[in-house]
Design a binder for this molecule. Structure first.
Ligand SMILES: NC(=O)c1ccc[n+]([C@@H]2O[C@H](COP(=O)([O-])OP(=O)(O)OC[C@H]3O[C@@H](n4cnc5c(N)ncnc54)[C@H](OP(=O)(O)O)[C@@H]3O)[C@@H](O)[C@H]2O)c1
Length: 207
C-alpha cells in the first residue's frame, strides 16, 4: 500500500492524465495510442489517490477539456512551459503530494543514425520538465508540511537501451536529478520516492 494512503492528503498533483482499461482477462492494460484521454498511468495515479481518500486531486494536463474524471481538477500544464508551471503553482497551493509522471519515448533518434531532435525533446520533457515541476512545487510542499514528491523513472534509467537511447539517457538524467532532490528535500521533510517500472505498454515508445 502506498504510504500516502494512510496520510489522507488534502490535495495532490499528478502530471499526465490517462486511464487504464481492463482487458477480458481482468488485468489492467494500457490502452492504445490515439486515445489521448485514455492512456498511460497518470490517470491511474489520480484515481488511486481519490479512492484512498485524497480530498482534492489536480491533474496537470495539456488539454484540460479532455480530462474524463469529474472529481479531478484539471490544470493546464505542459511541463516544458515555465509560464504554465508558474500558473499551476499559483492555483495548486494546497498540494501535499506531487507526482511527476509526464514522459515521452523519443524513438525517433536511433543510436547510430537520425537526428537528435527526439532525444533532445525527451531530455526537455522527462528530465528538465520533471526538474522544473519539482523545483516549482518544492516550496509549496515545504509550506504544507513536507510530504512527498514522486518521480516516475524507468528501468531504462539504469540500463542503456540501443533501441531507444534518447529515452534511456533522459531517464538516466532524471534518475540523477531525482537522487539529488531526494537528498536535498530531506531537510524540509519531503520524502522523494521514484518507481522504476519495466515496460508496461507500447504507446510511450512510439513517439
Ligand atoms: N509505458 C511503459 O512501459 C513505461 C515504462 C517505464 C516507465 N514509464 C514512465 O511512466 C510515465 C508515464 O508513461 P505512460 O506509460 O503512462 O506513457 P503514455 O501513455 O505515453 O503517457 C505519457 C503522458 O505524458 C504526458 N506528456 C507528454 N509530454 C508532456 C508534456 N510536455 N507536458 C505534460 N505532459 C506531457 C502525455 O500527455 P498527453 O496525453 O497530453 O499526450 C501523457 O499523458 C513516463 O514518465 C514514462 O517514462 C513508462
Amino acid at each position: 500500500m502506498p504510504w500516502w494512503v494512510a496520510r489522507l492528503p488534502p490535495a495532490c498533483l499528478t502530471t499526465a492524465r490517462s486511464q487504464q482499461r481492463k482487458s477480458n482477462d481482468g488485468h489492467q492494460r494500457i490502452s492504445r495510442p490515439g486515445h489521448r484521454a485514455n492512456r498511460g498511468t497518470g490517470r491511474a495515479f489520480a484515481r488511486a489517490l481519490i479512492e484512498h481518500g485524497a480530498a482534492k486531486v489536480y491533474a496537470g494536463v495539456r488539454d484540460p477539456a479532455a480530462t474524463p474524471d469529474r472529481n479531478v481538477t484539471p490544470l493546464r500544464l505542459d511541463v516544458t512551459r515555465p509560464d504554465e508551471i508558474a500558473e499551476a503553482t499559483a492555483v495548486a497551493r494546497d498540494v501535499t503530494i506531487v507526482i511527476n509522471n509526464a514522459g515521452i519515448g523519443s524513438t525517433g533518434t536511433g543510436l547510430l543514425n537520425g537526428t537528435f531532435d527526439a532525444a533532445r525533446q525527451a531530455m526537455e520533457v522527462n528530465h528538465f520538465g520533471t526538474w522544473a515541476v519539482s523545483r516549482a512545487f518544492a516550496p509549496i510542499l515545504a509550506r504544507n508540511g513536507g510530504d512527498a514528491l514522486v518521480n516516475t523513472l524507468s528501468l531504462a534509467s539504469w540500463v542503456g537501451q540501443p533501441s531507444f537511447p534518447g529515452y534511456a539517457a533522459a531517464k538516466a538524467a532524471q534518475w540523477s536529478q531525482t537522487d539529488a532532490l531526494r537528498q536535498d528535500l530531506r531537510e524540509q521533510g519531503t520524502l522523494l520516492t521514484a518507481p522504476l517500472p519495466g515496460r508496461g505498454g507500447v504507446s510511450l515508445l512510439r513517439g
